[in-house]
Design a binder for this molecule. Structure first.
Ligand code: FAD
Ligand code: SF4
Length: 464
């Protein structure tokens, strides 16, 4: 195993992400004992020096690392192995996608194909309840309570490996290596045993409430009923199939409803695998898509995870969550952080880099399609037929933020104009011509014609 110090010197990662990855690597090395040759070097290439034996390498998780592996294969005795950690193989995905001529690669179709192929929640070739998808039951507004009231997520206990990682990171910081975000207790599983404990805890205590409030946000409940399993799955500590089979078992035992279990299974063998395969299938140039010609830089407060840089309660809370834990759930990522950037025309490549560095579960394969495609519509509609842009009304419906905010989600011009509402209309105005040609957007664009205060709004700007 090679711990490359240059990785941290090149870009400013979240302090807790650096901690998690080093902790996971060092714990694994300790488990392997003398079977593991653990090298701390400047680069990966330097880590291979002096090894003459043949080596195998599992397919890495970025185009850049794949190119390094390809170069090494040409230079030395190194065999590339297929990727691990996904439920659908590359061959199965290619045959599904090629079967439709590489077009209309819809998540729902891929997901149904995967359910059938993997025999999950199925009775023969039919979904077990007769219904494929409980998406409509997964979007309830939050309850009018401060928290969801479910058991806390599983938390790890740090040990001497973590203490050493923390000391090493302190030393790196003292030597000038930059990190973003706050240091804090490790929140995510770093060993196989911890990951299995985190999975069991989620299935037993939190899965039953997962489905209904999947999209809801509460200012007093950062974790809601989410699994926090993306980090251990992406680290290879849990196999996605064992995760969804555990959820399927909970349904069979009557422990969780079909809406919760199906919703969870869809996220993993559906979305997670779909994103992974699209990353490779759509090719290396996909990352540089910028269909909406968004070129603005990220403001310093956002780049540095400073929640005091904005008065918008929802945005400040999402940034606090990222700053304090390197994590926020899907809706703050998509409908708060991503939505805000989309409305303001921030450069999608810079935003992808920001997400990648700031989130504990961020890797190139998962950030590029999620940010360039899903969140910023920079691929021109390959991954989502319309941009995920929304005004303050959506956030007001799905959270309790607006009540404590200095802005008013219904107002777009004036002192208390909501930056999301103002930003939404200005975004539509900026792209009026191209959206008028998109049948899913044309109705929203027509709404612009009914605004009597558009000139004032343009003069005021998006605020916030
Ligand atoms: C802009 C943006 C950036 C994102 N960045 C990442 C990232 O860097 N790494 C990452 O793993 N996920 C990413 N996601 C997807 C999703 O938000 C996270 O997987 C999820 O919030 C992690 O928390 P959780 O494990 O509690 O998820 P849960 O809500 O419990 O969901 C269960 C699992 O579903 C999977 N999943 C669901 N949606 C996606 C998706 N769109 N892409 C990949 N996996 C998905 C994850 O493995 C997750 O653990 C991103 C989404 C958006 C919109
Ligand atoms: S009023 Fe606007 S800025 Fe404030 S919390 Fe609501 S959506 Fe966010």
């Amino acid at each position: 195993m090679i711990e490359s110090s240059r990785v941290f010197r090149r870009r400013a990662f979240h302090r807790q992400k650096a901690h998690l990855i080093l902790s996971a690597m060092r714990h694994r090395a300790a488990e392997l004992g003398s079977q593991c040759d653990y090298r701390r070097t400047d680069t990966y290439r330097a880590g291979l020096s002096g090894i003459d034996e043949p080596l195998d390498v599992v397919q890495p998780t970025s185009w850049a690392a794949l190119h390094l592996v390809e170069a090494l294969i040409a230079e030395r005795d190194l065999e590339g192995l297929p990727a691990r950690g996904f439920a659908t193989s590359r061959t199965d995905f290619a045959s599904w996608a090629d079967g439709r001529g590489g077009k209309r690669l819809l998540l729902e179709d891929f997901y149904r194909d995967a359910r059938l192929r993997l025999d999950l929640l199925m009775e023969g070739d039919r979904p077990i309840t007769g219904q494929w998808n409980y998406d409509a039951d997964n979007r309830a507004a939050p309850p009018k309570t401060a928290t969801l009231g479910v058991a806390d997520p599983w938390w790890p206990a740090e040990d001497e490996v973590d203490a050493q990682v923390r000391a090493d990171l302190d030393q790196m910081a003292a030597e000038g290596v930059e990190f973003v975000g706050a240091d804090g207790p490790r929140r995510f599983a770093a060993t196989r045993a911890e990951a299995v404990a985190a999975l069991s805890h989620f299935i037993e205590h939190r899965l039953p409430d997962f489905g209904r409030y999947e999209d809801a946000m509460l200012s007093g409940d950062r974790w809601m009923s989410h699994s926090l399993l993306s980090a251990p799955m992406n680290l290879g500590l849990l196999d996605p199939l064992e995760v969804v089979q555990a959820a399927e078992h909970a349904y069979a035992e009557g422990h969780a409803s079909i809406a919760s279990v199906e919703g969870f299974v869809r996220q993993i063998i559906g979305w997670r695998d779909y994103i992974w395969h699209l990353y490779w299938y759509l090719g290396e140039d996909y990352r540089s898509g910028n269909a909406l010609a968004a070129r603005h830089r990220l403001p310093t407060w956002f780049a540095e995870l400073d929640p005091t840089g904005t008065e918008a309660a929802c945005l400040s809370s999402a940034l606090t969550s990222v700053r304090e834990s390197g994590w926020a759930h899907h809706i703050p990522r998509l409908m708060v952080l991503g939505n805000y950037a989309l409305q303001r025309g921030w450069d999608p490549a810079a935003l992808t880099d920001w997400f990648h560095r700031s989130f504990v579960d961020g890797y190139d394969w998962v950030m590029v399609p999620n940010v360039v495609g899903m969140s910023q519509h920079a691929d021109g509609g390959v991954l989502a037929t319309k941009p995920y842009a929304a005004g303050g009304n959506y956030i007001n419906k799905m959270s309790d933020y607006c009540g404590e905010c200095v802005f008013d989600p219904k107002v777009r011009v004036g002192e208390n104009a909501c930056p999301f509402t103002a930003g939404y209309w200005l975004f539509l105005h900026r792209h009026r011509d191209e959206f008028a040609r998109n049948h899913r957007m044309s109705q929203m664009v027509r709404g612009l014609d009914r605004l009597t205060d558009l000139d004032e709004l343009i003069e005021q700007g998006p605020r916030g």
